[in-house]
Design a protein around this ligand. Structure first.
Ligand SMILES: Nc1ncnc2c1ncn2[C@@H]1O[C@H](COP(=O)(O)OP(=O)(O)O)[C@@H](O)[C@H]1O
Ligand SMILES: [Mg+2]
Length: 313
C-alpha cells in the first residue's frame, strides 16, 4: 500500500491563483520521493496540505490511510515536517529547543532525554547541543530542524527545501544524513529546486511547474522523455581488434558504436546499465582503457524539454 496518495489535490488562493492544480501521485513506504520544481511551482503549498496546515480547495490526500481532510490527527502522528522557514527559538540551545518541541510532539516524558540525545547524534550536533541557536550557522539550524521533525518517530519525513541558505559542506552532510535515514526505512518527501539534490537522494521524482505535476517517474523514465540517448565515451589505450564495434553493438541496450581517434563512443538508452558489458568486451579483447565518461540527459534537461525554460531563473 502507498504511504502517501493524493487525488486531484488542489489549492486555489484568494484572487483565484491555482497554486496546486489537480495533483495525483503516490509515494510508497520506504521511498525517498523528490518533488522538483522552480520557485512558485507549488511545492510548499503541497507540503502544507499534506501536513494538514492548509486545507485543500478540492481533492484529498491520504497519509498512512488517513485523509488530511477527515482525519488530520492521524496524519499528523504519521509525519514529521521540516519547514522551509526555520522554526526554532534563537535564544535557546539546540537541546532546549528539542525539549520544547518534544512536549509539543507528545514524546513521553521518560523517553525524552534519550530520544533527544539520539537525534542530536543523528544530525551531528551532539557536541554543540548546549550552544544557543543564534550562534549556529544556517546549516546547523537546519539540522536541528530535521531533529525536530524526527521527534515524533514519524513514518514519513517531509522536507521543504531544507538546504536553502546552507553552505555546501553542511548541505552534503544533510543529504548524507537523509540518505542514511532513508536506508534505515524512513520514507522521505523531499522538495527542492536543486536538480543535483533530487538526483542524489530520490530514485522517483515528480516535476512540478505552475501548480501541476508535469511528469513523474523514476529518474531513468524521466530522462527518456527527453528523447536523447546517453553517450559513453571510452578513451582507449591500445588499438582494438577489427570486430570490436560489432561485438559492442551486439550488447543488449546498445544502439550505436563508433570508433575514431582512439575514442570508442557508445550510444544507449541506459548508459549505466550497458557500461559493464561494454567494458567486459574490451577487457576480453585485451584492449586497454584510459578513461570512461558517461553523459546522460539530467533532470534539468527534462525540465527544459517539458517547459521550454530553465529550472533556475
Ligand atoms: N498564502 C498565499 N496566498 C496567495 N498566494 C500564495 C500563497 N502562498 C503561495 N501562493 C502562491 O502560490 C504559488 C505557489 O507557491 P509555493 O507553494 O510557495 O511554491 P514553491 O514552494 O514551489 O516555491 C505561488 O505563485 C505563490 O505566490
Ligand atoms: Mg516553497
Amino acid at each position: 500500500m502507498s504511504l502517501v496518495r493524493t487525488e486531484k489535490l488542489s489549492k486555489t488562493f484568494e484572487g483565484g491563483r491555482k497554486a496546486v492544480d489537480e495533483v495525483s501521485l503516490s509515494i510508497e513506504e520506504g521511498e525517498a520521493f523528490g518533488l522538483l520544481g522552480p520557485n512558485g511551482a507549488g511545492k510548499t503549498t503541497m507540503v502544507l496540505m499534506l501536513a494538514c496546515l492548509l486545507r485543500p480547495t478540492t481533492g484529498d490526500a491520504w497519509v498512512d490511510g488517513a485523509s488530511v481532510i477527515q482525519d488530520s490527527l492521524r496524519v499528523r502522528r504519521a509525519i514529521g515536517v521540516v519547514p522551509q522557514e526555520i522554526a526554532l527559538y534563537p535564544t535557546l540551545t539546540a537541546r532546549e529547543n528539542l525539549e520544547f518541541w518534544s512536549v509539543m510532539y507528545d514524546v513521553p516524558s521518560r523517553e525524552r532525554k534519550k530520544r533527544i540525545q539520539e537525534l542530536l547524534v543523528v544530525v551531528g550536533l551532539a557536541d554543540r547541543q548546549n550552544e544557543r541557536i543564534d550562534r549556529y550557522s544556517g546549516g546547523m539550524k537546519r539540522r536541528v530542524n530535521i531533529a525536530v521533525g524526527l521527534l515524533g518517530r514519524p513514518k514519513l519525513l517531509i522536507l521543504d527545501e531544507p538546504t536553502v541558505g546552507v553552505d555546501p559542506q553542511s548541505r552534503n552532510s544533510i543529504l548524507e544524513t537523509l540518505k542514511e535515514l532513508n536506508s534505515q526505512g524512513l520514507t522521505l518527501l523531499y522538495t527542492s529546486h536543486y536538480m543535483e539534490e533530487v538526483e542524489f537522494l530520490c530514485p522517483r521524482v515528480a516535476i512540478m511547474d505552475q501548480g501541476r505535476v508535469i511528469a513523474h517517474g523514476t529518474q531513468e523514465e524521466l530522462r527518456l522523455l527527453v528523447g536523447e540517448q546517453d553517450a559513453i565515451t571510452i578513451q582507449l589505450g591500445s588499438v582494438p581488434p577489427d570486430d570490436i564495434l560489432d561485438k559492442v553493438h551486439a550488447i543488449e541496450g546498445v544502439s550505436a558504436a563508433h570508433h575514431s581517434e582512439g575514442d570508442l563512443t557508445v550510444l544507449s538508452n541506459s548508459g549505466r546499465r550497458v557500461l559493464p558489458a561494454v567494458l567486459d568486451q574490451l577487457f576480453d579483447a585485451g584492449v586497454k582503457v584510459r578513461s570512461v565518461a558517461v553523459r546522460e540527459p539530467n533532470l534539468e534537461s527534462v525540465f527544459l524539454h517539458l517547459t521550454g525554460k530553465e529550472l533556475r531563473d
